[in-house]
Design a protein around this ligand. Structure first.
Ligand code: FE
Length: 130
């Protein structure tokens, strides 16, 4: 059974709800994870699915956390987005349908990809060293 809008409103902060469930965008350079450079994993703030590794993160200069690849194939869904008079590829958490951001073909690494993600759509979990 899928989660209803009311259940999401209970579970998420209003900002997370706006980003994840209403396809919002946080202002550039505003996100808490933009300058996060520790080793760890980035999870969907909606459902906890592991979406990105810190190894894939790079500074794109765009003002949003950027990654050159997903954690594994199949964790992210790609959706054509024709809003705002542009054709872009929206990226969505495959597990819960939460909006993450967009992916572009101008990445600097061998993947050629730049996953441009709202900080507020993600939770960071630092790697435990012992
Ligand atoms: Fe999710």
């Amino acid at each position: 059974m899928s989660t209803t809008n009311e259940e999401w409103k209970q579970k998420l902060t209003s900002e997370q709800y706006r980003l994840l469930r209403e396809k919002g965008t946080e202002p550039a350079f505003s996100g808490a994870l933009l300058d996060q450079h520790e080793d760890g994993t980035y999870h969907c703030a909606g459902c906890g699915a592991v979406l990105f590794s810190s190894e894939a993160k790079f500074d794109s200069g765009s003002g949003w956390p950027s990654f050159d690849r997903a954690m594994s194939e199949g964790v992210i869904e790609f959706v054509e987005d024709r809003s705002h008079a542009m054709v872009r590829t929206e990226i969505v958490c495959k597990a819960c349908g939460g909006h993450l951001g967009h992916v572009f073909d101008d990445g600097p690494s061998e993947t050629g990809k730049r996953f441009c993600v709202n900080s507020g759509s993600l939770d960071f979990k630092q790697e435990q060293h012992d």
